[in-house]
Write a protein that binds this ligand. Structure first.
Ligand code: ATP
Length: 152
């Protein structure tokens, strides 16, 4: 069995919801999700730690991968509980651990995402759970919702 370690981000931003008039305008939260070009699953952006830059810290990998894969620069708020999954590649079983960070949007544009993602979207928070493909990502999202409910 081979072990891999990746880092990524769950990025949120406040969006203005303009309802039916100025009085009904209220803040709502949007979350960055993307569709992987090879396996087509909807996921949070991430990448292998130390794959591109030797000695890179997981925080640095997470920020770099989010920006490369989605076009968005984030600011780290908090390290989330690591998640794990297994997959097979060229006949070898791989156990991957992913360190996701909760991040707040700083700048950038999803139109500038790279080709590793075939689609990138800002989704209203209530649509995130049903869009995500994998249980590990749904688990991370559950933790984020709890943090947000507690005002983080
Ligand atoms: P990384 O983004 O960490 O560099 P990658 O893009 O090379 O990784 P993964 O996204 O880990 O590759 O996908 C490798 C395999 O694992 C694919 O077959 C994919 O369907 C599957 N996979 C991806 N994410 C998950 C997950 N959260 N749970 C289970 N299987 C997953």
């Amino acid at each position: 069995m081979k072990f891999q370690f990746s880092a990524g981000g769950v990025v949120f931003r406040q969006a203005q919801d303009f309802g039916s008039g100025p009085q009904s305008s209220k803040k709502k939260v949007e979350v960055l999700v993307c569709q992987h070009s090879y396996h087509h699953g909807w996921v949070f952006p991430k990448g292998l730690i130390g794959d591109h830059v030797e000695g890179e810290k997981k925080e640095e990998t997470a920020l770099r991968e989010v920006e490369e894969e989605t076009g968005v620069k984030g600011k780290i708020i908090k390290l989330l509980q690591p998640v794990q999954y297994w997959y097979f590649f060229e006949g070898q079983k791989i156990k991957k651990t992913v360190y996701y960070f909760l991040m707040e949007y700083v700048s950038g544009d999803i139109a500038k995402h790279d080709e590793e993602m075939e689609d990138v979207e800002w989704l209203p928070e209530e649509e995130v759970s049903k869009r995500l493909t994998y249980p590990a990502d749904k688990k991370v999202w559950k933790e984020v919702k709890q943090l947000m409910a507690n005002g983080v």
